[in-house]
Write a new protein. Structure first.
Length: 428
């Protein structure tokens, strides 16, 4: 079977790339080992849309993507909202923390025109009822006496009213796949790639476990936690200056939020957690504080699939420290996902040293929000590179369709200098 492009991975990123390339007139085939679109790490995403990043390009990408989520039917090219994921605008309060000071990102907000409010501790308590404004930094384990110590001072927050979350991340991926299919893309599920074939010094397609072969001059690795394995099949990665590996992560559900409910997303790196409204309850995740061991995986296929009591207790108890009236359930309830993480938590959207082989990797944890623009990024990189311009020496300068912001895609290069201003966590 011949096709212009093979995309490995049918998560929200792979589906977005498929849509943009199909819209550009290419024949696209997407392959995924799972039985459905978005059944991998996408389905475990909290789908929070926020703009707090340490770089201009990270902030500008998230702000541009927000406009696509708000006009989701228009972006997909459909008239009805039936069966579509929805964007819920709740606002987000990023509590003050030393590793992500306001001066690191507010200038980017000003440049992009992102509305925000600066809150002191009194405004924080007034705007988010039930919250404890205590400063407890650095985060500590529950068995450490420091966790139970009184707050040394109080903190405020930066509030962005346009932030929020996408109601159903898996459905969002399916929406993108449906739109791509309408433009001629094909999705082959329960299909495993076993080899990346070459013709001379260029990629020539992929071999499949069922004995089949997809011939294509362009292959895109959007395999999420399996992206390192796919890079190895292609023989690329030695030139990367930023490492990449899979990490197990848990997001937990608290069936009842604080009295009166939580209406705003709260990013609380001071205690090492974040909280997102989820019906009458909360989704509670972690921000990889230094006191917690990171669960790196050698093989993402062997991940333990159920939430654990230790991680649940740590994350939800931290949430209860911030909201003292929050009840901590006796049994863990939540989802387990596998993140695809780079050393600096900044993704890689790039060509590689194998002509025709492209990567959209290191995306898990904080890039769901950018899915609509990731497809546009990759389409622009592929178009420029396949037309003969070297993206390494002449990086694509992407202009947002909604915001007009110019984003230098060298910021996501496989050969970039590590982002030393990154928080080193899922917050980027």
């Amino acid at each position: 079977m011949n096709t212009d492009v093979v995309i490995i991975g049918a998560g929200v990123v792979g589906a977005s790339i498929a849509l943009e390339l199909a819209r550009a007139g290419r024949t696209v085939t997407v392959v995924d080992k799972a039985g459905g679109v978005g059944h991998g790490s996408t389905s475990a995403s909290s789908a929070v849309v926020r703009f707090n990043f340490s770089t201009w390009d990270g902030v500008a990408a998230a702000w541009e993507a927000k406009h696509h989520w708000e006009s989701w039917p228009d972006y997909l090219g459909v008239a009805s909202t039936d069966g579509l994921a929805r964007y819920r605008r709740t606002g987000l309060a990023l509590l003050d923390v030393e590793v992500a000071p306001r001066k690191a990102y507010l200038p980017h907000f000003e440049r992009a025109g992102i509305p925000y409010e600066e809150w002191g501790d009194e405004a924080l308590v007034d705007r988010i009822p039930g919250i404890d404004p205590g400063r407890y930094w650095p985060p500590a384990r529950l068995d450490d006496d420091r966790f139970w110590s009184d707050a040394r001072s109080k903190l405020g927050a930066v509030y962005t009213p346009d932030a929020g979350f996408v109601t159903d991340p898996q459905l969002a991926a399916a929406n993108l796949a449906d739109a791509a299919t309408r433009h001629g893309a094909t999705f082959l599920l329960r299909t495993v790639v076993t080899a990346i074939s070459r013709s001379g010094d260029r990629v020539a397609g992929v071999d499949l476990a069922d004995g089949g072969h997809l011939a294509a001059p362009v292959v895109v690795n959007a395999a999420g936690p399996w992206s390192g394995r796919v890079n190895a099949l292609a023989g690329v990665g030695a030139e990367f200056t930023v490492g990449l590996r899979p990490m197990r992560q848990e997001v937990h559900h608290a069936p009842a939020g604080p009295p009166g409910g939580l209406r705003t997303v709260v990013a609380d790196m001071d205690l090492g957690t974040y909280l997102r409204p989820d019906g009458d309850g909360l989704l509670v995740g972690g921000t990889e504080p230094a006191c917690d061991p990171l669960q790196w995986l050698d093989d993402p296929d062997l991940v333990h699939p159920c939430p654990t009591a230790d991680v649940f207790n740590a994350q939800v108890t931290r949430a209860a420290r911030r909201f003292p009236e929050l009840r901590v359930p006796n049994r863990p309830k939540g989802v387990v996902g596998v993140y695809d993480v780079t050393d600096d938590w900044t993704p890689i959207y790039d060509r590689t040293d194998l002509p025709g082989f492209y990567v959209a990797v290191g995306t898990s944890g904080n890039q769901f929000k950018n899915a609509p623009v990731i497809g546009q990024f990759m389409a622009a990189i592929i178009e420029q590179t396949e037309s003969g311009t070297d993206h390494d020496t002449t990086p694509v300068q992407f202009r947002g369709r909604h915001t007009g912001a110019v984003i230098d895609l060298a910021a996501f290069s496989r050969k970039r200098e590590r982002n030393e201003h990154s928080s080193g966590t899922v917050m980027g």
